[in-house]
Structures are given as structure tokens and as C-alpha cells.
Design a protein around this ligand. Structure first.
Ligand SMILES: Cc1ncc(COP(=O)(O)O)c(C=O)c1O
Length: 365
């Protein structure tokens, strides 16, 4: 894929605002390309970050035919930048595209769009401990028609947002509130795709959880309201006896997280057993109270690992691991973060150093 790079966009040193927070500050450039049925992907370009101009009848605005991804670029100790499993995000983007009747992308083009944009915007990667450059690839349906059918035109774009560490004040446990009536996703629905409607469906419950004093929603399955699925926009795991990590099996209504997959591959090498299972909430709460579950934690790109300290259900709280971050969550967090930031060897081949010298070869001016 050749990318036309607009040479007029300002480069050079950047004064990052403080605090950055998450998802509020955006870099100067964005990647775009469009798709037309019968012609394929066209006009790959990197130009100024700008408002999009789409028709008021664009299908994405009416029927939600849209998908996105989330990944990060990390500063290494040697000053170079690296990506973490962008190929896994490309695969999930295509999985989401298939579910939403959207065109797939060449995984190499998906990664090249990210890598070229990050290389150009390298000055925007915060160098402070634990900070990163969040990467948001998106695809939306742009055909102007109110007919309810798959669009024939799409826009694929990528934007970048420098972000503060998730745990600004140390590795702190989060609280979750069990959602008893709303569901995030149903069997046969779109829960395994990263599509906008899933997030829209989650907002009322997450606002209610926040108003009740909790940070995240603990989602149950749609059919029986019995089985644990996800925590907020993260996957979830429970630690039995300090040595076995159990996470809900992917049933089709759970997003297959890249972090979850990484934990499942890495944990056995740290001496933990892993298990994917249907986990009934009643059993989980009983096992916490009786001391069999020693820790619980969330897994996702933003936080990497977020320990769970408190689970609220119908106004009653169950405290996990004395409400503190436990050693298993800590060990996994430290191991994964060290790989992501290039501070430790990467025996899994997950990281990809951003080649800032090859921009010219990949691009046309
Ligand atoms: C609903 C949901 N579940 C789980 C995750 C974790 O996925 P990942 O580890 O790929 O960030 C995310 C975040 O992307 C999410 O939005």
C-alpha cells in the first residue's frame, strides 16, 4: 500500500499538555483511505487531523455499521518505539468487519497504516513512566442512503492519542457492580465484534454503576443472567488458590481481548495454571467468601491488568483479596508491561519495533 503523505503538516517537537488523561489529546495527523464496492481500497493518505465530512445520510450515522480497534505504541529504553501484537488487532478488525458486513482489510496494510502514522508522529509518544500512544483504527459506512442494507462505501481511518498511565497513583484495585437487568451482548449478537452498538448498549449501566460508587460494570450473560462475561470494557479473570487463573470461555458474546489472549499464553510460563470456563456468578461470590478465589482482575489494552477489590451486587459488597492488589495480578502486570515497553525479552514475538527510517519507502509524497 502506497500512502500519500501531506508534507505541509507541521513536524517537530511537541509540548504535550499535562495531564494528558485518556483519549482527550490527539496528534496532528491522521490516516485515511476509502473503499468503493467493485474498486476496493483507494486513496491511502496521511494528512492533518481534522473533522470528517460525511453525508448526513451516511449509513454509519443511522444503522451503526462501524467497527474500531484499540492498541498502543510504547517507548523503549533505547528510545525507539514499538507496537504490541498489531497483527492480532488486524485479525480482530477483520473478524468484526465480517460480522458487520463490511469489507476486510489486508492485515499488512492495517499495520502499515499504523506504523507509518506512528513513525511520523513519534514526537507525540509520551516518555514518562507508564505512558503510551493510544492508537484507534476505525471503519465506518459512508454511503448516503437510508435503505437498511450494507453500505457500498466505507472510510478506514486511524487517529492517535497520547495517554497518561492508567494507574497514575499506583497499581490500585477497581470496584465493579454486577448489572442485573441490562446486557451488553447476546448469543448470536455482536458481542465478539468491536462495534459501536455494544458500547452504546453499555452506557446506561456504566453510568448507574458510577452513580452507585463503582468504577466498572460486571456483565452477566444475556440468556440466564447467571454467568460472568466481562468487566466494563475489559475481560475478567479469577485466581483460585493463588495458582490457577480462570477466565470466562469465549462464548460469542465476549470480546476476544488481545490482553486476555496474551495472559493465557504467558501465565503458564510464570508457573500458573489456566482454565477457560463458564463461571456462574453465585459460585464466584461463594468462592471469594470461602477464600478459594484469592484474586480477581480485569484485562485490557488501556490498563493491561486492573485488580478487582470489590464486587457489588444488589447493594451488597464482596471484598476480594482484602480489597488490595494481589501478587498474581501484580506478577502478570509487571511481566506483560516489561515486554510491551521493551524492558524485557519478548520470547513470544509479540512486539514490533516501529521503523522510522522506512517511511519514504512506504509512501509517495
Ligand atoms: C468490551 C471489551 N472487552 C474486552 C476488551 C479488552 O480487549 P484488549 O485486550 O484487546 O484491549 C476491550 C477493549 O478493547 C473491550 O472493549
Amino acid at each position: 500500500m502506497q500512502i500519500a503523505i501531506d508534507p505541509a503538516v507541521e513536524s517537530g517537537p511537541v509540548q504535550l499538555p499535562r495531564p494528558l488523561g485518556f483519549g482527550r489529546v490527539f496528534t496532528r495527523r491522521m490516516f485515511t483511505r476509502r473503499y468503493e464496492a467493485g474498486r476496493g481500497w483507494l486513496d491511502a493518505a496521511i494528512g492533518p487531523y481534522r473533522p470528517l465530512s460525511i453525508d448526513a445520510a451516511a449509513q454509519t450515522l443511522h444503522y451503526g455499521q462501524a467497527i474500531f480497534e484499540g492498541t498502543k505504541a510504547y517507548p523503549r529504553p533505547d528510545g525507539r518505539l514499538q507496537l504490541f501484537r498489531p497483527d492480532a488487532n488486524a485479525a480482530r478488525f477483520n473478524q468484526s468487519a465480517r460480522r458487520l458486513a463490511m469489507p476486510e482489510v489486508d492485515p499488512a496494510d492495517f499495520v502499515s497504516a499504523i506504523e507509518t502514522l506512528v513513525a511520523l508522529e513519534r514526537e507525540w509518544v509520551p516518555r514518562s513512566e507508564g505512558a503510551s500512544l493510544y492508537i484507534r483504527p476505525v471503519m465506518i459506512a459512508t454511503e448516503a442512503t437510508l435503505e437498511v442494507r450494507a453500505s457500498r462505501e466505507f472510510l478506514h481511518y486511524v487517529i492517535l492519542s497520547p495517554a497518561d498511565p492508567y494507574f497514575a497513583s499506583g497499581f490500585q484495585p477497581v470496584s465493579v457492580r454486577v448489572e442485573g437487568s441490562h446486557v451488553r451482548a447476546a448469543p448470536g449478537g455482536t458481542g465478539a465484534a468491536k462495534t459501536l452498538g455494544n458500547y452504546a448498549a453499555s452506557l446506561a449501566a456504566s453510568e448507574a454503576a458510577r452513580a452507585a460508587g463503582y468504577q466498572q460494570v460486571l456483565w452477566l450473560d444475556a440468556a440466564e443472567h447467571r454467568f460472568v462475561e466481562e468487566a466494563g470494557a475489559m475481560n475478567v479473570a479469577f485466581v483460585y488458590g493463588g495458582e490457577e487463573i480462570v477466565t470466562p470461555a469465549l462464548t460469542g458474546s465476549i470480546l476476544p481481548g488481545v490482553t486476555r489472549d496474551s495472559v493465557l499464553r504467558l501465565a503458564p510460563d510464570l508457573g500458573f495454571r489456566i482454565r477457560e470456563a463458564r463461571l456462574a456468578l453465585d459460585d464466584v461470590l461463594r468462592d471469594i467468601r470461602e477464600g478459594r478465589i484469592t484474586e480477581a482482575f480485569c484485562m485490557g489494552t488501556a490498563a493491561v491488568i486492573a485488580p478487582i477489590g470489590r464486587i457489588g451486587r444488589n447493594g451488597e459488597d464482596t471484598i476480594v483479596g482484602r480489597g488490595e492488589a494481589g501478587p498474581v495480578a501484580r506478577r502478570i502486570y509487571d511481566t506483560l508491561v516489561a515486554i510491551q515497553y521493551g524492558q524485557a525479552d519478548d520470547p513470544y514475538g509479540w512486539t514490533r519495533i516501529v521503523d522510522t527510517t522506512a517511511i519514504a519507502e512506504r509512501s509517495v509524497a
